[in-house]
Each structure stands twice: as C-alpha cells, then as structure tokens.
Design a protein around this ligand. Sequence first.
Ligand code: ADP
Ligand code: MG
Length: 247
Amino acid sequence: MGSIIEVEQLQKSFGALEVLKEITFEVNPGEVIAVIGPSGSGKSTMLRSLIHLEEVNGGTIRIHGKPLVEKGGYAEKHQIRELTASMGMVFQHFNLFPHLTVRGNLELAPRTLNRGSDEAIRARSLELLAKVGLADKADSYPSMLSGGQKQRVAIARALMLQPEILLFDEPTSALDPELTGEVLRVIRQLAEENMTMLIVTHEMAFARDVADRIFFMDRGEIAESGTPEEIFGSPQTERTRAFIGQD
Ligand code: ADP
Ligand code: MG
C-alpha cells in the first residue's frame, strides 16, 4: 500500500515572505509523525495547506495517490472536497461551533455530506464521545466544558468522517498544564490503534515517546527528519541542537 500523503516541493509565500520552501515528505499508513520547530517556521501553514485552508504557490500534494494540487495546479472542486474530507484536523483553539451542542458539533459534517442515516450518525457520535470519555456531555454546549474537554470533543469530531489521517496543530498549547494529559492520552490511544497522524507539538517528551518519525521545521524547511532516537539522541544540524536544547 502506498503513502497516505505525498508532498513534493511544496512552496507557499505570503506576499514577499516565503513560508514553505519546497518541502518534500511522505506519510505512510499507520505512521505517527511529530512536527517540531520554532514559532513562525511554517508548521501551521504546512498543515493548513494539506486540507486546503491555504492555497500553495507551487508543488504537489497527493492523498492516497490522488492529486489535490499537482505542480501548483489544483484539482477540480469535487475532488478537492473529497480529498480534504478524508483528513481530520484538530486546531489549537478547538474551533467548536458555540451554538451547537457537543453532539451537534460531531454530527454536522456527516449530516451535511449525507454520510449515513440519522440513526447511524447519532450512534457513531455517541460511540466516539464514549471513546474520548465524554459520553455524559453529548447535550452540553462547548461553553460549559473545560479546555481539555473541548479538545477531546474536537478530536471526536475529527474522527466522525472516518479519516485516513488526523492532523493536529498544537492541540495542547492553549490548555492549562493540568489539562494537557487528558488530551495527550487520547492521542496516544489513537496511536496505539494505528491511526495515521501528523502532530505539530511543543510537547517534546510526548513527541519523543509517541512518534515514529520527527520532522524538525525551521524557516520554511524540514531542516532535519529522523526517528526520535536520531533527532533527540544525535541531532545532525546545529539548528536542531539549538532548538532541542542540546550542545
Ligand atoms: P508556525 O505554525 O510554525 O508558528 P506559521 O505557519 O503560522 O508558523 O507561520 C509562518 C510564517 O508565515 C510566519 O512568519 C507568519 O507570520 C506568516 N504567516 C502565517 N499566516 C499568514 C497570513 N495569513 N498572512 C501573512 N503571513 C502569514
Ligand atoms: Mg503554528
């Protein structure tokens, strides 16, 4: 089986600022990749480009071999919609719909996209809420939840369409330290279930522990990639060493 995501020479600028400098990588089925690197290095832009929240200026993104964008040229609208629906994204600030209940947040996309009967969608939302430990919050509104609970709802919501891959953009950065553990536990459980994931994180211990590979991003490039042992144990570039605090 081929890669879930293939990215070749991805290039993105905001005006004169080149934010992604011909990035190339692939994500294989079941892989967990942690993306680390300083603020402003292009991590969020890279993730957002994968689900077409940003349009790139050049390069190729293929999802399961199908081009979302090929050498800078985007696919037809219906193909873009189909490919982006096969990826789930979890944001730093949860991005829940405040006017919908927890269950409403989970059920909106599958209902809009006609993915099954009302009963099947409802059964799946309750099953996923139970999986993240929030079965009793189905009828609550986001404003009634803690940050950690909100983020677990966001993860359950991202799983509703049975994605091929989950993308996380600093899922614990907006949380009080005592709430990060409950979110990391859910992500760890997904890793054990062989969910394919690309996780931007500042939680170095977590990245080291849960990831199969680490990408160190710096100034719009993947400056170094390797196993956690390689990146944390014997970083090859000065930039990586400086970032992870080794000499
Ligand atoms: P990271 O997630 O690694 O902190 P980002 O991808 O958010 O980095 O940002 C990379 C660079 O692109 C930063 O210099 C940032 O200011 C800039 N940038 C991000 N989004 C925009 C935007 N919509 N317009 C202009 N510049 C942006
Ligand atoms: Mg970011």
